[in-house]
Design a protein around this ligand. Structure first.
Ligand code: SAH
Ligand code: SF4
Length: 361
């Protein structure tokens, strides 16, 4: 069997420099290659004229630029959301979402093919787990979105702007696509290091958010390693019994252990955690539930992100109405001084909303 080629998106800038040193190529060429990959967003070695022919020849013989082929691209009627179905080198598929909120662009990237955690209302959980993504496959999704933005004309051609507006840049990355990022810890952290490199894609750490179902050892490791990205924890219920019914993996990492880990994380990093709460009508959206969340998070630096349930084939629940969501928020604010937001519903018509990502076979 032929050894798999080295995916250049797997390499940090330091790794790339080490490779060129080993190959006895000038470090200047390593810098050029890095710039081609992450500033020019080149997709082939032919787009790298400033690299000598012998460097390009070795690169094409032994490495690849792990660009992901688009199997399908769908735009939401909301005008702000685009979903890509991307094909990996082994034929597996993942989904990546590009979201435009006012003035900012966010890439929602996947960390695994499928997911092993089995949350009942999540389309990815319903499809089961296939495999982890490599760092390069995570980086490639962000590069894909960055390339798409480069192609966008910033203004309609018939309008002459006073000053040429720069094209929007990829500024935010959320690890909220398919998969559980802390189940694939090393690859995810390695990818984040590459995304953050200030002479590459330069996504600021405070603009990267990682969302976890509550993998306790992963949360503690993030704290011990002082990882600077934001952390979101999917809570959905404030008692162990109610949580297990929605998030089966809570059997392994019970609510009290999870909350202790969250406390340690906030103490050690000094950062607040975003707590996600998928609002399901009649299940976890009553005033009593709001008070239970308030009590659970008392004293912790926290913000609650409420996500009205998005429909999936495998779960029959219905989303909480706007009024009930507002009432929930008001209780958190008035009785517990707990800030919260209701996540904007985006891309629901193309199944690009939270928890709707899955690959149809
Ligand atoms: N695996 C990670 C990140 C991906 S999901 C996690 O679970 O945190 C991002 C968020 O969407 C999570 O809070 C998840 O619980 C939520 N979610 C999953 N399915 C959903 C659905 N059908 N409707 C609304 N939110 C959902
Ligand atoms: Fe996995 Fe997150 Fe979906 Fe749960 S909500 S099944 S952890 S992707």
């Amino acid at each position: 069997m032929r050894a798999a080629r080295l995916n250049l998106y797997d390499l940090t800038r330091t790794d790339l420099q080490a490779l060129f040193l080993r190959w006895e190529f000038s470090p200047v060429h390593a810098v050029r290659l890095w710039n081609y990959l992450y500033l020019a967003l080149a997709a082939s070695f032919d787009e790298m004229p400033e690299l000598p022919a012998k460097v390009r020849a070795r690169l094409s013989a032994e490495t690849s630029i792990g660009t992901l082929a688009v199997a399908l691209e769908t735009d939401s009627s909301d005008g702000f959301t685009r979903k890509y179905l991307l094909t990996l080198a082994d034929g597996e598929k993942i989904e990546t979402v590009l979201m435009r909120f006012s003035g900012r662009v966010t890439a929602c990237v996947s960390s695994q093919v499928g997911c092993a955690m089995g949350c009942v209302f999540c389309a990815t959980g319903q499809m089961g787990y296939t495999r982890h993504l490599t760092p390069g496959e995570i980086v490639a999704q962000a590069v894909h979105v960055a390339r798409a933005l480069k192609l966008v004309t910033p203004h309609p051609s018939h309008v002459t702007p006073r000053r040429e507006a720069p094209p929007p840049r990829l500024r935010n990355v959320v690890l909220m696509g398919m998969g559980e990022p802390l189940h694939n810890y090393d690859a995810v952290m390695h990818a984040i290091d590459i995304l953050r490199d200030s002479s590459g894609l330069a996504v600021a750490a405070e603009r990267i958010t990682l969302s976890t179902v509550g993998v306790v050892p992963g949360i503690l490791r993030l704290a011990a390693e002082q990882r600077p990205s934001h952390l979101a924890v999917s809570l959905h219920a404030a008692t162990q019994e109610e949580r297990v019914a929605l998030v089966p993996v809570a059997k392994k990492w019970p609510l009290d252990e999870l909350m202790a880990a969250c406390r340690t994380y906030s103490e050690q990093t000094g950062r607040k955690i975003f707590y996600e709460w998928t609002l399901i009508e009649g299940k976890n959206d009553t005033p009593e539930h709001a008070r239970a969340v308030g009590r659970l998070l008392r004293g912790l630096p926290a913000q609650v992100n409420l996500i009205p349930l998005n429909p999936t084939v495998g779960y029959a629940g219905t989303p909480t109405h706007t009024e009930a969501a507002k009432r929930f928020q008001k209780i958190l604010a008035d009785e517990f001084q707990l800030p919260s937001t209701v996540r904007q519903r985006r891309g629901i018509d193309i199944a690009a909303g939270c928890g709707q990502l899955a690959v149809a076979n």
